[in-house]
Design a protein around this ligand. Structure first.
Ligand code: PEP
Ligand code: MG
Length: 907
């Protein structure tokens, strides 16, 4: 075991440093760093995450020697602060807070004002000459201690909070609205009543001994690492349970000591837009939780310049120092105690996707960080926010003209969302499961609500500022959020809210604009983001869009760094065009069956399927040929000289057939066959397990004329487009191959057709014949397969399905449970199962390239757009990933990050 568990900081010297986050948690490491930088930090100490690990491994006990170390550190703090813990004359009071390696805002517990009891409160009165303030601290402390340590905090949304009830009664009795109107006597009475409530609910008294209080709070903070909301948060944010939390014990400073005191939170840049300006909120005469809880609406940070210009100036300087020191946007907490500024926390600030990208780009332009650092700072998935929809402006304008603008709140999480109103998190989860789009409307949110927030399209709250829980969490989740819309009168009981004479009930549609803070009655259509308006619609001038500037800068740098190519999965020319606008370098998968549904094609397809002999099929296929050829011409033209991988028919045939009696009758008429004959044929095509049935190359083997028609359509289209001067690069891909002989047969068919086509057109086109690797046997025998295949493309949807033996269509009934229970770390259909499916891929690449050096290998399963899977594909040496058009930018960035991380590892 390590020999040091407790790390002191105070008066310009600290045992810890910023790079000791794993041991001290983010908060502890940064308090140490700020102390070392000479910034004003109240003295304290951090109990390391090792102790948390020990605590859970040893039935909630502490390592030997910890008590002694805490005692020693406490004495040091006493010395620095010139007061004594538990002293009746001159008491030292402390805060006890959690602090994990990764920030988990509000998920774990905190106790403030610790050390107060009936004796020490007198000492505080003597020191401050302020009995009201002292009793206010005392009643807050008993309340928090009761909630956090003694278990009085209500567990469900229907339970009442005993302290809240007592406080409300007291305010009612005296006819007052704000806590600040309570008198010293009221507060004194509250302390006594709170203690009675503790005795009643917990069955034991509130501990008067400060040492007992301290250890109670330390235990509660360690205990809160395993509370439900912390677990849910960790799961959502991929934070491992083993990390544990540290505990920070720090001298209290007070922002509620009168009108020359205050407290606030601020970011060095705007966390919503990324603009370079100090951004934050504060409250005079208040404690930290007042700002975050959103009970009083805070003031904008610039106002501090009017109230206390010197403090504002000092704070501005400190925030500049911190940003330069960390080379990162900081989120800071501060307290002003009787005119003196104290820094309580600094950490990398959470931000929207918009802000993350803009800050990264601006910091490169300011010379603060390198392009590579900028690329690694942003999360590929956050690009979604730049590509997110906005409301149709005309519709919005007319909605406002029609007086449908209900109110305005804070623009806490940008983007446009519409949905049906629900008033609590469990309902949000339930409605979403039923397929509804919902907007979660709450007076304010709390950590218990995160599942519901996750299930909602957007979040709307009546209370709280830009740093309230709702705002922070929504931004991190990338959710649209309007917070602090104070005009909303929400009644949870009636399941409605009233606002400026309107009533909106549960289930009514509303639309919220998280970029402007507007709340609009009814459903507004959404419109593409600015990036889309520039790159796709071409309706916006690139110079006019900050968002586009940011996007294209990041994409440019990403393209300079990445090795992996990025293609797209597209089967229509317009999809191909969108993907090219997003930077796609080719088509990695064109699913030809998607072309079978358009216009009159389905009739010809059905005619082909129901004919039970080759001749009939050929006749129907001849009708399809010109249509498929037209499709391919469109795609080749859109893609120019980029490679286009086209897959031959894959799904089981009955997917194309009608099933209801009515539809069957219609088809029988159309095809001029008897209903009976048609029904017999449809029944014959029925399969118990179609995913493992007659599909993929098995179709082309049983019905070679299908492959022949498709090859002919592809190659004739290629010849025609090439004649127009385009250097087309078709790649014909055979699906679901398990044995090399399957591929051999299909390849021969394709090559025979090619010869005929080239002769007919008197022109040749370079084309490849390759295969999908989507059956474990294909991966295992990749060398044999590569003796025929000129390229591989991993179909990781099927490869995952067949490797796990888990139906991709039916896994919804058990897979979420598997992930919830940690049986599987992530849904393997979303993110490649690297230990299993990934091993097969590695094997496939290695064996394939051994047989055919330089074999081109890509991926076209859904994983091709998942950032961690992209990183994996880079690591096993794939040539490209292919994903849906909107994920192309995400994959480009993920590919750059993979390359940069590899470089970092090497150096
Ligand atoms: C795959 O299986 O990964 C694939 C891309 O093919 P499909 O999803 O069409 O089966
Ligand atoms: Mg497949």
């Amino acid at each position: 075991m390590p020999d040091k568990y407790v790390f002191f900081f105070g008066e310009g010297e600290a045992d810890g440093r910023a790079d000791m986050k794993n041991l001290l948690g983010g908060k502890g490491a940064n308090l140490a760093e700020m102390t070392n930088l000479g910034l004003p930090v109240p003295a304290g100490f951090t109990i390391s995450t090792d102790v948390c690990t020990y605590y859970y491994q040893h039935q909630d006990t502490y390592p030997d020697g910890l008590k002694q170390s805490v005692q020693e550190a406490l004495e040091k703090v006493e010395k620095v602060m010139g007061s004594k813990f538990g002293d009746a004359e001159n008491p030292l009071l402390v805060s006890v807070r959690s602090g994990a390696r990764a920030s988990m805002p509000g998920m774990m517990d905190t106790v403030l004002n610790l050390g107060l009891n009936d004796q020490t409160v007198q000492g505080l009165i003597n020191k401050t000459n302020n009995p009201r303030f002292s009793y206010d601290c005392y009643r807050r402390f008993v309340n928090m201690y009761g909630d956090v340590v003694m278990g009085l905090r209500p567990e469900s949304k229907d339970d009442t909070d005993p302290f809240e009830e007592i406080l409300e009664k007291k305010k009612e009795k005296h006819g007052i609205k704000y806590d600040t109107d309570l008198t010293t006597d009221d507060l004194k009475e509250l302390v006594a009543e709170y203690k009675e409530a503790i005795q009643k609910h917990a069955g034991k008294p509130f501990p008067e001994d400060p040492m007992e209080q301290l250890w109670g709070a330390i235990g509660a903070v360690f205990g809160s690492w395993m509370n439900e909301r912390a677990k849910v948060y960790r799961k959502l944010n991929n934070i491992p349970e083993e990390w544990g939390t540290a505990v920070n014990v720090q001298s209290m400073v007070y922002g509620n000591m009168g009108d020359d005191s205050g407290t606030g939170v601020a970011f060095t840049r705007d966390p919503a837009t990324g603009a370079k300006e100090l951004y934050g909120e504060f409250l005079m005469n208040a404690q930290g939780e007042d700002v975050v809880a959103g009970i009083r609406t805070p003031l904008q940070i610039e106002k501090l310049n009017e109230i206390m210009p010197n403090v504002y100036k000092q704070f501005e300087e400190i925030s500049g120092t911190l940003e330069k020191h960390y080379h990162e946007m900081q989120d800071m907490e501060f307290t002003i105690q009787q005119g003196r500024l104290w820094m309580l926390q600094t950490r990398a600030g959470k931000r929207t996707g918009f802000a993350a990208f803009r800050i990264a780009v601006n910091m490169v332009e300011e010379g603060l960080i390198s392009k590579e650092e900028a690329l690694l700072r942003v999360q590929p998935d956050q690009l979604n926010q730049l590509l997110r929809p906005i409301f149709d402006l005309d519709q919005k304008r007319s909605a406002i003209d029609e007086n449908r603008l209900l109110a305005k709140g804070l623009n806490a999480g940008p983007g446009a969302a519409n949905g049906k109103v629900v008033f609590n998190a469990p309902d949000a989860v339930e409605w979403k499961a039923k397929g509804e789009k919902v907007i979660l409307v709450r007076i304010e949110t709390s950590p218990e609500d995160i599942k519901g927030m996750d299930a909602s399209e957007g979040i709307l709250t009546a209370r709280g500022g830009m740093t309230s829980h709702a705002a922070l969490v929504a931004r991190q989740m990338g959710k649209v959020c309007v917070a602090g819309a104070g005009d909303l009168q929400i009644s949870y009981k009636k399941r409605e809210f009233n606002v400026n004479g309107n009533t909106v009930k549960e289930g009514d549609w509303i639309s919220i604009d998280g970029t402007t803070g507007e709340i609009i009655k009814g459903h507004l259509d959404t419109k593409p983001s600015e990036v889309l308006q520039v790159v796709i619609d071409k309706s916006l001038n690139p110079e006019e869009s900050q968002t586009y500037h940011t996007y294209q800068q990041i994409m440019k740098w990403a393209d300079e760094c990445r090795r992996l190519k990025v293609r797209t999965n597209a089967d229509q020319p317009d999809q191909a065009e969108t993907a090219i606008a997003f930077g796609a370098q080719g088509i990695g998968l064109c699913r030809t069956e998607h072309m079978f549904f358009g216009g009159e094609r389905i009739d010809a397809v059905r005619e082909m399927i129901v004919s039970d002999e080759s001749e009939g099929r050929r006749k129907a296929l001849a009708k399809l040929l010109p249509m498929q050829k037209e499709d391919f011409i469109g795609i080749f033209k859109a893609m120019g000289n980029r490679p286009v991988t086209i897959r031959t028919l894959d799904p089981p045939l009955h997917e194309f057939l009608p099933h209801s009696d009515e539809d069957l009758e219609k088809l029988a008429k159309k095809l001029d066959v008897s209903l009976e004959k048609l029904k017999t044929r449809v029944e014959a095509l029925h399969e118990f397990n179609p995913m493992l049935g007659h599909r993929g190359c098995r179709l082309g083997i049983a019905y070679p004329e299908i492959t022949e028609m498709q090859a002919q359509a592809i190659l004739e289209a290629a010849c025609e487009v090439k004649k127009d001067g385009v250097d087309v690069k078709p790649e014909i891909m055979i699906p679901l191959v398990a044995h090399v002989n399957e591929l051999r047969r299909q390849e021969k068919l394709v090559r025979d057709v090619a010869k005929k086509v080239f002769k007919k057109y008197e022109i040749e086109v370079d084309y490849l014949v390759g295969t999908m690797i989507e059956i474990p046997r294909a991966a295992v025998t990749a060398d044999e397969i590569a003796s025929v295949a000129e390229f591989f493309s991993f179909g990781t949807n099927d490869l995952t399905q067949t490797t796990f033996g888990m139906s991709r269509d039916d896994s919804g009934s058990f897979l979420p449970y598997y992930v919830d229970q940690d049986i599987l770390p992530r849904d393997p259909f979303q993110s490649i199962d690297q230990g299993g499916v990934g091993k097969l891929m590695e094997w496939g690449v290695e064996r394939g390239r051994k047989e055919r050096s330089g074999l081109k290998v890509g991926i076209c399963g859904e994983h091709g757009g998942d950032p961690s899977s992209v990183e994996f594909c880079h690591s096993i040496g794939l040539d490209y990933v292919s994903c849906s058009p909107f994920r192309v930018p995400i994959a480009r960035l993920a590919a750059a990050q993979a390359a940069l991380k590899e470089l970092q590892k090497e150096s």
